[in-house]
Every structure is written in C-alpha cells, then in structure tokens.
Design a protein around this ligand. Structure first.
Ligand code: OXD
Length: 316
C-alpha cells in the first residue's frame, strides 16, 4: 500500500455517525472526515471516499465509490461488508478485542438467569408468593460448548471457566485453545453438542456456517440444554429451532440474533415461554473501537500494512 497525502473518510452509522466521526484522530490537513446516517446522505459523498468506517453500509453504493480502498467494519461481524458487489481490491478490517467483554457478560448473565431461576422468582414476587421450595442451580460444574473460537468465543470460554464451568469448543481447525478443555472439529459437532448444558454460538455467517444448527444438531443436544446465539441468526435453522422448543426437546434458547431483524412481530419465537428474545444488543455499538480505527488510519496514511485484515475467502 502506498502512503497517501490526502484521504477522505466516510463514517457511516444509522444513529451515531457524528459521534464516531468526532472520535477520529488524524492530521486534519490530510484527512477529511464526513459523516452519514442514511443511504441518501452516503450516496452524495461516497464518490470522493477513500476509507469507509461503517456499520451496515448499503452494498449497492460500492459501485459509486471508485476511490474506496479500505473498509473498517464497526461491528463484530463482517458478512454485510463482504457482499458480492464489493470490489476485489478493497481491504476490509475488523475490530477484535472490542466486543468479547460485552458478549461475555451477556452470555454469562443469561446462563445465570437460567441457573438462578430468576424468571420464576420474579414471577412469584409479582404474585406475592414465597417460592421457598425452588432452589437455584449452580453454573459451576456445568459444561459450556462454545461454537466458534475467535477472539469473542475465547473471551466467553475464559470467563466461564473462571466461574468453574467446564468449557468445550468447536472450531474449523480444532487447534487447542488455552482454557478450553477440548476443541472439536466441526465434523464432530454432534458429539460436542451432546456433552453441553449450554451451547453458545459465536459464529460468523459464511457459506459454511449458514444453517449449521438444524434439526439433527438440536436433536443431539441434551433435553435440558440451552442454546445461546450471539453470532448470526441464519446459523440456526429457525423452523427447526421453533419445533424443538415447542416440543421441549431442548431446555430453551436465549437469542440475540435472527435471520430477519427486527424479528417480525408475528414470529413464533416471540411467544415461546422457553425463549428469551433480545434485539441484537449483546455486542453493542461502542466507541471502544475508536483506537483500533485510529491506529489503522495512521498506518493507511503511512502506506503500512493494516491490522486485523479480514480473509475474504474465509469470510471473517
Ligand atoms: C455485529 C455486532 O456485528 O453487533 O453483529 O457487532
């Protein structure tokens, strides 16, 4: 990559573009920062843009961005960046290390919600009922299977283990990971699922992971096990999940991501009493990503290699 004297950055975010733009640190003589919150605003600017710092940028605008050389994704997942329209030469970078801490608290919080039977105690309180016969369960000693051992999956596994949870993992390579007792290959997913009390999905959406969890995989889970999905909705076949939940073939599901978001109001998942629906908030938009972008922007200006480059072939 050659050094650049003048660069235009477009910060694109539906709600918080200005906030992220204010956090860009770069020499103002060399870097012009623009902000857009809608496709219409972005369309007016994108023709001059070298760098896109964005959350869910509309891919149809790539064709109108002849200078675009680098996209920094603001979220944890990058499948929306890697649309077929993305020109081959554009470098895409991610932000590892930012979302793991958030998503760990989400996952462990909801696992504790299950074991501490929080819903039952709150419901009893509303009815002024003393639920003395119901005791909480322990998370310690349970087995958690983390499917997807990138930086977020590893952070979740480490924290779970610190609470005394036995942690297992599934990854493409099955390479050992510190703190994870055993890592299974994807081909052994069924065996891994059968051991878990909590199955945590932290997978990117790629052609290999789309629909990975279907009827057969749900069948492999213990009838008491909970599925927690913080990766991508389309990794799970939702019809099969609804059926398994209805028939109580698994304990329940905590779902932060869905094939269609927002989850349509008539979707059956809303009405199931063994399901928790949250609106894609487990890894929220956070300015903690600012230093990663600023470091890469300095590299971009200097013509140095960017950090955290996405492997477009693998899709993450
Ligand atoms: C995501 C995120 O990529 O929430 O889904 O960060």
């Amino acid at each position: 990559m050659a050094a650049r004297r003048a660069v235009t950055v477009l910060v694109y975010h539906p709600d918080e573009a200005e906030r992220y733009a204010a956090l860009v640190r770069a020499p103002r003589r060399r870097v012009t920062v623009r902000a857009a919150g809608t496709p219409e605003q972005a369309a007016r600017i994108v023709g001059d843009v070298d760098v896109l710092y964005a959350w869910r940028f509309p891919p149809e605008l790539y064709a109108r961005a002849p200078r675009l050389a680098w996209i920094q994704a603001m979220g944890a997942g990058v499948e929306w960046v890697l649309a077929p329209a993305l020109p081959p030469g554009v470098v895409v970078t991610r932000a590892p290390g930012v979302f793991g801490a958030w998503m760990t608290e989400y996952v462990l919080g909801w696992c504790l919600w299950v074991t501490q039977r929080m819903a039952a105690f709150r419901e009893a309180q509303r009815a002024r009922r003393w639920l003395g016969h119901l005791t909480p369960d322990r998370l310690r000693g349970k087995t958690m299977l983390v499917v997807g051992l990138g930086d977020i999956g590893r952070a979740i596994a480490r924290a779970a283990r610190a609470l005394g949870v036995r942690t297992l993992g599934v990854s493409r390579s099955a390479r050992p990971v510190g703190g994870v007792e055993r890592v299974f290959r994807v081909s052994a997913l069924g065996r891994a699922l059968a051991e878990a009390d909590f199955v945590v999905l932290v997978l990117p959406l790629t052609p290999d992971t789309r629909g990975l969890i279907g009827a057969r995989e749900l069948e492999a889970m213990k009838p008491t096990a909970w599925l927690v999905n913080v990766g991508r909705g389309a990794v799970v076949r939702e019809e099969a999940l609804v059926q398994a939940l209805r028939e109580r073939r698994i304990g329940g599901a905590v779902l932060d991501v869905f094939s269609v978001e927002p989850l349509p109001t008539d979707h059956p998942l809303w009405g199931l009493d063994n399901v928790v629906v949250t609106p894609h908030i487990s890894g929220p938009s956070t300015p903690e990503i600012g230093p990663i972008f600023n470091d890469n922007l300095a590299r971009f200006l200097a013509g140095r290699r960017l950090r955290h480059v996405v492997d477009r072939g693998r899709g993450y």
